[in-house]
Design a binder for this molecule. Structure first.
Ligand code: NAD
Length: 510
């Protein structure tokens, strides 16, 4: 970058491994002035990036993808060091990001093509109609701590593929993976259209204050702040927020699969996934059998600080504050009559919290209504499908859900009654790996969506309508001055006829 930046004017952030508290790195806290300067610089380079077109951008994105794959082990070490994830959880982020990069790079050309919609009526038939997709100049991507490399992979890459420049602001808890992400972009020698701003909420707010579109992922509380700041500036935004995803297990389900899938869907990444299974509703006929299977699955899990040897199933929580939220939810449930069947407390080492199954829970308990974002699975017995759907929908969140049933029609029927942005039938989390599907939250879980094929790239573009004559023009159109009764009447008649789709209301001469 061409040294036009003021120096950071606040203290840096020390990054620690939450599994054992060791210091693993440090980043600056970028001030509002630094953020503004980075944004100005991105604005200088973005027009060439946009003008290059999707095919040339694809070359850089594919090189970036190769860089990710070539450096996967090292990046995984970094992200594991700042998150305390198991190796298995940490290892997914780089290949998932590479896969997404591949998808956006290969499809951007097709997605960004001009549209030539058919004229809707005779009056516009004389025009060539075009919709053009032109990228926002600078997109601010603000990410949380739960997937520090994959979140930029999910949101930075499609914005770059669209032709925007990107200012990435990672969480202050896990900024080191984002440092790697941006380092990779510059190591391959790509145009300087991706920059980093590290710091806390103030830095994030400075990003919102300077960019042209905000792609935010994080908590509902911060999402609201971002939305109001965007509203003040009249800049568009997309919010990917929290969830309280229900799993609905029906009596006709393959219970082994359901108990395995729900254990993984609830405890993967120590439950710190926006689309984690956070509550489970089980039809009474199979409740006892399902709970036995789930508890025995969860009891078997090995928990600890992993090296690079894939020894453990469940890792640490990313922060002590997050561990304390989980603890509070379990304590609140127990104080209101819930039973802990396994787990239920911090291990006492680092930020680890035992994988937990709770029963006798209800919707008066925080573990059933607030996002826990931890390794807990509260399970409720329900009478039937109707009750399962009613309780699943009894939430201010609407991110996603899982439905477990042996009946294909029932799976579809139930899915279509759930008030959520995505439903996985007989599987968990899997929609998050399908960029061809929209991934967005209903209700308080978000505004807008990421992914969704073409819309995943077009959201980073402004749409421009262009009309041009199709046929030779005259010196004046029928409605141009001076007003003529005869010409106006003729135009109105044609409009009436077009609207009426027939001669009945042609109204000529009236
Ligand atoms: P958070 O809201 O605390 O922080 C998210 C980001 O916002 C961080 O980079 C933070 O520094 C920044 N920030 C804080 N204050 C800001 C402000 N005023 N203006 C701009 N930026 C600001 O969230 P978190 O604790 O890091 O992440 C956990 C949350 O993220 C959970 O609720 C989880 O469900 C959600 N999440 C959602 C998705 C999804 O796709 N829906 C994916 C992952 C995580």
């Amino acid at each position: 970058m061409v040294g036009i930046e003021p120096k950071a004017d606040r203290l840096g952030i020390e990054v620690r491994n939450p599994a054992d508290g060791t210091v693993v790195g440090e980043v600056p806290v970028d001030s509002a002035e630094v953020v503004a300067a980075r944004c100005r610089e991105l604005r200088l380079f973005q027009p060439d990036w946009a003008a290059m077109g999707p095919q040339s951008r694809k070359v850089w994105l594919m090189r970036f993808k190769d860089w990710m794959l070539d450096n996967a082990e090292r990046i995984t070490d970094v992200l594991q060091s700042e998150t305390g994830k198991t190796r298995a959880d940490a290892s997914i982020e780089v290949p998932a990001s590479a896969d997404l990069t591949n998808y956006w790079a290969r499809n951007a050309g097709k997605f960004l093509c001009d549209d030539h919609p058919k004229p809707h009526s005779l009056l516009s038939a004389a025009k060539k109609l075009t919709t053009v997709y032109r990228p926002y100049c600078v997109v601010g991507v603000i990410t949380p701590w739960n997937f520090p490399f994959a979140m930029p992979g999910m949101d930075v890459v499609p914005a770059l593929a669209a032709g925007a420049a990107v200012l990435l602001k990672p969480s202050e808890v896990t900024p080191l993976s984002a440092v790697e992400f941006v380092r990779g972009w510059s190591e391959i020698g790509a145009p300087p259209v991706l920059a980093l701003a590290t710091g806390d909420g103030e830095t994030g707010s400075a990003v919102v204050a300077n960019v042209d579109f905000v792609q935010f992922t994080g908590s509902n509380r911060t999402g609201r702040l971002v939305a109001s700041q965007c509203a003040e500036r009249l800049v568009p935004y997309s919010l990917e927020l929290g969830g309280k995803d229900p799993a609905l297990v029906f009596a006709d389900a393959d219970l082994d699969r359901a108990a395995n899938g729900i254990a993984w869907g609830g405890l993967f990444n120590s439950g710190q996934v926006c689309v984690s299974v956070e509550r489970v509703y089980v039809e009474s006929a199979v409740y006892d059998e399902f709970v036995d299977k789930l508890v025995s699955n969860v009891r078997r899990l090995r928990q600890g600080k992993d090296g690079d040897r894939y020894q453990f199933d469940v890792g640490a929580m990313a922060t002590a504050a997050q561990r304390d939220i989980v603890n509070r939810h379990v304590d609140d449930a127990v104080s209101k009559g819930a039973k802990v069947l396994t787990g239920g407390k911090p291990t006492g080492v680092g930020t680890f919290f035992e994988p937990t199954v709770l029963v006798d829970v209800d919707h008066t308990m925080s573990c059933m209504i607030e996002e826990t974002f931890g390794p807990t699975l509260p399970v409720v017995k329900v009478a039937d499908e109707t009750e399962a759907i009613r309780l699943a929908n009894d939430s201010s969140y609407g991110l996603s859900a899982t439905v477990w049933t042996g009946d294909k029609d029932r799976g579809q029927r139930v899915a279509r009654q759930l008030e959520v942005g995505a439903v996985n039938i007989n599987d968990a989390l899997i929609n998050a790996f399908s960029p061809v599907l929209p991934m967005g939250g209903w209700k308080h879980s978000g505004v807008g969506a990421r992914f969704g094929g073409a819309t995943g790239i077009l959201k980073y573009c402004q749409r421009q309508a262009i009309t041009a004559p199709r046929i030779p023009t005259q010196s004046r159109e029928l409605l141009w001055y001076p007003v003529s009764r005869r010409r106006v009447k003729f135009v109105l008649s044609v409009m009436r006829a077009a609207a009426a789709r027939g001669a009945r209301r042609f109204g000529l001469g009236k």
